[in-house]
Ligand binder design. Structure first.
Ligand code: HDD
Length: 678
């Protein structure tokens, strides 16, 4: 974290309370002498109404919960800062995008969409990626997802989409899962979802870490410069650690072993000083080129292929501070795609236009009234004044006699500000049309980009998608739903549709998918950044292990920025053959293979069969999830016994130095899907 507190942190500081070393009082300040027993008429008698302490404590508790978000209920957040690499004044007048000397405080909340607040992190789902920039000109909220397109083209269909994916109303199942009839019935009968469903069934929907996924503003926005000239823009976040995912079997197990897997990963990375970095990128299209593409740039079910419209990297966000209080910050933060600052404006994307209504509206129920902007996490760092007054939970004590505009009593203050001095002015787009409830002709192609996405996938991503759809439809009860989806898939790929049909015992589809061969390599995760940094390596060793040699490998893991955690027969100190000790972090009871990126198997003398079996099972599971595995000493023999050697990403060697290097390289590579093919 920067040594100087950010403006936002200073502001939040004024609202924080630290009750260490403090006396206990009621909310009204009366000191309390007792907090364990209610006031009773006699030791065994009834509680008395006059017990104000009891009444206050229970009343507060009775009202501790607020409605969870209608979608994106389960989320986790962190504070940070945004730095700009170069002035973008050619495109925008926004000061945080033109002044490179500024560090703009940010607050980012990641979320799953469908599950309740208490659901598990590794649901197969889209991830929300919402960032509040506390700029000196007001808050700018970039409320995006980790997938660059959306299921629907018009916001009026959002309640239908959400009703379809949420637990079914007659039995309240399933929780945090799209693998059920109503969701797939919606998909098959709303074919604009074809492109997004391909992303949602791809590995992107089960990220390895919130730190290892991209973010997208999804919609087309506008950047407007000082001269009033506008460009269309799409926003991107690119993680410095690359884009990585888990496999489905692993994800489901992680949900049981550690439902907080993603939030713990983010929290611990920040606590360890491994600050989380994403670069901000812009795709920019000139206004005059609006109609130069084979898709409508206002259609939120379309990407702008990066090969056609390159992503210009403009700055970096670093998340470097955990929240102090999950309710006060993560729960009470209120994002809104309509929170813009001068220099950023909207496009006519009908999904975006509808969102501009929904987000303030939902906070009225969720946060209990119109003053949620006064909650510390939501306050801008710049001053804010207007004539809005009163309402539930008003905190500000507005002085003065007048609360209207125009006035003479306060010399017309608070005054509006002309655009040249920083007042927001809407981009003066000429709009002329008949009032119609219609989909534009240019929004009617639902399959070209679904095919583009499919064509761009590596073999293992294609395999993942095939199995994901087979899983999801396999969980659907209605044959008619399965059939309709297979029919829909045949518009994307006959290979995909036939595979799924075969898995479901359905007839192979007849229709041919359109013959589109175009692909966009940027859509695949296959060529992403590879690094061992912050990867978690499970090291299996026991008393009497070769201390000198193993320490060398552990040092190498540490030097590479990865994190080795020791599994042994018991917690506490484990003695090596040279008398050195290491501290065991886990036993097979407290830790699990699915919670690690790689396994290094060492073993030790005098281990009983039960222990060896567990160690082999642990390693085999990592092997089945295509993870890097290294083995030296006794570990090598275990791998041989289980026929795991001579496979991609399985490193064994007697030369400890080359072993260390090869193992770290394997850890950086993340997964070895060739093993799947072998
Ligand atoms: Fe939304 C929350 C992202 C379409 C209505 N949305 C919400 C959050 C994210 C998104 C990240 C969680 C914010 C947080 O962490 O507090 N939503 C999107 C994206 C969309 C999208 C990327 C399409 C491109 N959303 C969308 C539509 C509507 C909504 C079309 C309604 C017309 N979204 C909401 C909401 C939520 C919300 C009900 C629930 C909680 C909240 O707003 O504050 O208003």
């Amino acid at each position: 974290m920067s040594d100087k507190q950010s403006k936002k942190q200073e502001q939040l500081e004024r609202f924080t309370a630290d009750d260490r070393d403090k006396d206990m009082t009621t909310n009204h300040g009366t000191k309390l002498s007792e907090d364990e027993f209610s006031l009773k008429a006699g030791e065994r008698g009834p509680t008395l109404m006059e017990d104000f302490h009891f009444r206050e404590k229970i009343t507060h508790f009775d009202h501790e919960r607020i409605p969870e978000r209608a979608v994106h209920a389960r989320g986790f957040s962190a504070h940070g800062e945004f730095e700009l690499y170069e002035s973008l004044e050619e495109y925008t007048s926004a000061d945080f995008l033109t002044d490179t000397s500024k560090k703009t405080p940010v607050f980012t909340r990641f979320s799953t969409v469908a599950g309740s607040k208490g659901s598990a992190d590794l649901a197969r789902d889209v991830r929300g990626f919402a960032t509040k920039f506390y700029t000196d000109e007001g808050n700018f909220d970039l409320v995006g997802n980790n997938i660059p397109v959306f299921f629907i083209q018009d916001a009026i269909k959002f309640p239908d989409l959400v009703h379809a994916v949420k637990p079914e109303p007659h039995n309240g199942m399933p929780q945090a899962a799209s693998a059920h009839d109503t969701f797939w019935d919606f998909i098959a009968n709303n074919q604009e979802s074809a492109h997004m469903i391909m992303w949602a069934m791809s590995p992107r929907a089960i990220p390895r870490s919130l730190r290892m996924m991209e973010g997208f503003g999804v919609h087309t926005f506008r950047l407007v410069n000082k001269e009033g000239k506008a460009h269309f823009v799409k926003f991107h976040w690119k993680p410095k650690l690359g884009v990585h995912s888990l496999v489905w079997d692993e994800a489901q197990k992680v949900n049981g072993k550690n439902p907080d897997f993603h939030r713990a990963d983010l929290y611990e990375a920040i606590e360890n000083g491994d600050y989380v970095e994403y670069e901000l990128g812009f795709q920019i299209i000139k206004e005059e080129d609006e109609h130069s593409f084979d898709f409508d740039i206002l259609d939120p079910t379309k990407v702008w292929p990066e090969e056609e419209v390159p992503v210009k990297i403009v700055g970096k966000m670093t998340l470097n501070r955990n929240v102090d209080n999950v309710f006060a910050e993560n729960e009470q933060v209120a994002f809104h795609p309509g929170h813009v600052v001068p220099g950023i404006d909207f496009s006519n994307d009908p999904l975006l236009q509808g969102r501009l209504f929904s987000y303030t509206d939902t906070q009225l129920t969720r946060l209990g009234g119109p003053n949620f902007h006064e909650i510390p996490i939501n306050r801008p760092v710049c001053p804010f004044f207007n004539n809005q007054r009163d309402g539930m939970h008003r905190m500000t004590i507005n002085r003065g006699q007048s609360s209207y505009h125009n006035n003479s009593l306060a010399d017309n203050h608070p005054r509006t500000v002309p655009p040249e001095e920083g007042g927001f002015e809407h981009y003066q787009e000429k709009v002329d049309g008949n009032k119609v409830r219609k989909r534009s002709e240019s929004f009617k192609d639902h399959f070209s980009q679904a095919i583009l996405f499919w064509n761009s996938m590596s073999d293992h991503e294609k395999g993942h998608i095939k199995d994901a759809i087979s899983f999801e439809l396999g969980k659907c009860q209605q044959t008619s739903v399965r059939e309709q989806v297979v029919d829909m898939l045949s518009n994307i790929s006959i290979d995909l549709a036939s595979y799924v049909a075969d898995n479901l015992g359905l007839a192979a589809p007849q229709d041919q998918a359109e013959n589109i061969t175009k692909s966009s390599p940027a859509l695949s995760m296959a060529d992403t950044i590879e690094t061992p940094e912050t990867r978690k390596v499970a090291v299996l060793l026991a008393e009497g292990f070769n201390g000198k040699e193993v320490q060398g490998v552990l040092d190498g893991i540490d030097k590479a920025g990865a994190d080795a955690e020791i599994f042994s027969t018991k917690l506490g100190k484990i003695k090596a053959d040279n008398g050195d000790t290491v501290e065991a972090d886990h036993t097979f009871l407290t830790g699990d293979s699915v919670l690690f990126d790689a396994v290094y198997v060492v073993g030790g003398p005098n281990l009983d069969k039960a222990y060896k079996d567990k160690a082999k099972y642990f390693t085999k599971e990592a092997y089945m999830h295509f993870k890097p595995i290294g083995a030296t000493h006794d570990g090598k023999a275990w791998l041989e016994e289980e026929e795991m050697t001579n496979q991609p990403g399985v490193i064994t060697s007697d030369d400890l130095e080359s072993f260390g290097e090869d193992f770290i390289k394997a850890v950086a590579a993340h997964r070895f899907f060739d093993r799947e093919m072998a």
